[in-house]
Design a protein around this ligand. Structure first.
Ligand code: G3P
Length: 217
């Protein structure tokens, strides 16, 4: 499973990247606003930091505008993935970019039918928002499961990029149902390493080791 970081915080991305846990990065207009940074500048820095795809989202609502913005964003770096909204205009732009071999991430997906359309339009990634579905008492993981089955039924190569991850169980459940990628806030990825029995076990080992009076180095 690939891990993308859903953030524009360079320090957080770099820290996880150093461990080898970053296969890509996703941003959206809200994340860029939160960073307080210039959009192109911060995305360029992220692209220089990580090898994998870095999603940068268009703002235009019409296909021509999306194409123009997407082409502009692609000038930033080769690993820019153009993020497009799941609208008919966005799907049209997706198909055109797909024919040109430009990587795309179709975002704001909340149904299996939307995901099917994105695959038919050659999206590189589809981003179902599981946390936001859970927020309205719909099952986000069930959506990932449905998309997995549909894509496998027809051999679509669009990668399922589970987004709107809110907790560690989301990541585990996405892995169980076969999402190709998760994009997660950095702190949720860090929390995956935590377990109280690990802490307690380590404390016990350290206490007993002290009794031996030995050193390794
Ligand atoms: O990748 C999309 C993601 O950032 C949305 O997350 O928590 O705003 O629903 P959230």
């Amino acid at each position: 499973m690939k891990f993308f970081v859903d953030s524009a915080d360079l320090d957080q991305i770099a820290a996880l990247n150093d461990i080898g846990l970053v296969d890509g990065v996703t941003t959206n207009p809200s994340i860029i606003a939160k960073s307080g940074r210039d959009f192109k500048e911060v995305v360029a820095e992220i692209c220089a930091l990580v090898e994998g795809p870095v999603s940068a989202e268009v703002i235009a609502m019409d296909t021509d505008g999306m194409l123009a913005e997407g082409r502009e964003l692609r000038k930033i770096a080769d690993n820019i993935c153009v993020k497009l909204p799941l609208t008919m205009e966005g799907l049209k732009a997706c198909k055109i970019f797909s024919r040109e071999g430009i990587s795309t991430n179709v975002t704001l997906c909340f149904s299996a039918n939307q995901a099917l359309l994105a695959a038919k339009c050659g999206a590189s990634f589809i981003s179902p928002f599981i946390g936001r579905l859970d927020d309205i008492t719909q099952d986000g993981i069930e959506l990932i499961e449905d998309i997995r089955m549909i894509y496998d039924n027809y051999g679509y190569e669009t990668e399922i990029l589970a987004a709107s991850i809110r907790n560690v169980n989301h990541i585990k459940d996405c892995a169980l149902v076969g999402a190709d990628v998760i994009t997660s806030p950095p702190d949720v990825i860090r929390k995956m390493a935590n377990h109280p029995l690990t802490d307690a076990g380590l404390a016990g080992f350290m206490k007993d080791w002290k009794k031996t009076g030995q050193t390794i180095l």
